[in-house]
Design a binder for this molecule. Structure first.
Ligand code: CA
Length: 225
């Protein structure tokens, strides 16, 4: 799961970054409206956390941009502005939720998980795909009721594929998703190959074959048949 944290207060930004990274999210940060705008134009996120009061702009305009672009990212507004108008407007613009500062990180994480569940798992606590069942809150994958042991990156890769069935995912988009700002293209392509090989092997050992197709020269696709 890849997140963008838009927050200009360094203490809160770093607290969010540390907490959410520790929980296994791939996180990027933006400390200004312009930086955030550039990132949402360039990259795909599963969820964007948006502070409304930014030094060079209004977070609500970022929500507008995401919606105008047809982004699939969830949007969680975090704001110290307690104004009801902001909350109503934010939700009307298409934000998924609104959390007033100060908040507990545990609550933020619960709201985030709910958004991701709604968006990617149609509100279900688990996802079924052919012989796979995935329980994202426990990071648990079952193959015909037998647990599959995956590394964090293998798990993230599988979830990214499951969120995009039958769509070709380029190596660039996978690298972006798995490493965010740390994606160094040349190296990360080798890592993707290795993680994919291992993931396929583990699936094969459980009798699951040909779920992940290689699209020569482009990337990979999760096949629904
Ligand atoms: Ca602020």
């Amino acid at each position: 799961m890849k997140l963008l944290i838009v927050e200009d207060e360094p203490v809160l930004r770093n607290a969010l970054l540390e907490y959410l990274r520790h929980d296994g999210y791939v996180c990027e940060v933006a400390d200004s409206y312009l930086q955030a705008h550039e990132k949402i134009k360039l990259y795909q996120y599963d969820c964007v956390l948006i502070d409304l009061t930014l030094p060079d702009g209004n977070g609500l305009d970022l929500v507008r941009t995401l919606k105008a672009d047809g982004s699939r990212a969830g949007v969680l507004i975090i704001s110290a502005r307690a104004a009801l108008d902001d909350k109503v407007l934010g939700l009307e613009l298409g934000a998924d939720d609104y959390l007033a500062k100060p908040f507990h990180l545990v609550e933020l994480n619960a709201r985030l998980k709910a958004i991701i569940r709604r968006r990617q798992f149609q509100g279900q606590h688990h996802l079924l795909f052919r012989d796979l069942s995935v329980f994202p809150e426990q990071a648990l994958v079952l193959v015909r009721d037998e647990p599959l042991t995956l590394t964090r990156k293998e798990y993230d890769l599988l979830l990214f594929l499951l969120a995009n069935p039958n769509r070709v995912l380029t190596k660039e988009s996978i690298a972006e998703h798995l490493w965010g700002d740390d994606a160094d293209t040349a190296d990360s392509f080798d890592f993707i190959y290795t993680h994919l090989k291992n993931l396929r092997k583990k699936l094969q050992e459980k009798g699951v074959d040909n779920y992940i197709r290689t699209i020569y020269g482009t990337g990979y696709k999760l096949s629904t048949e």
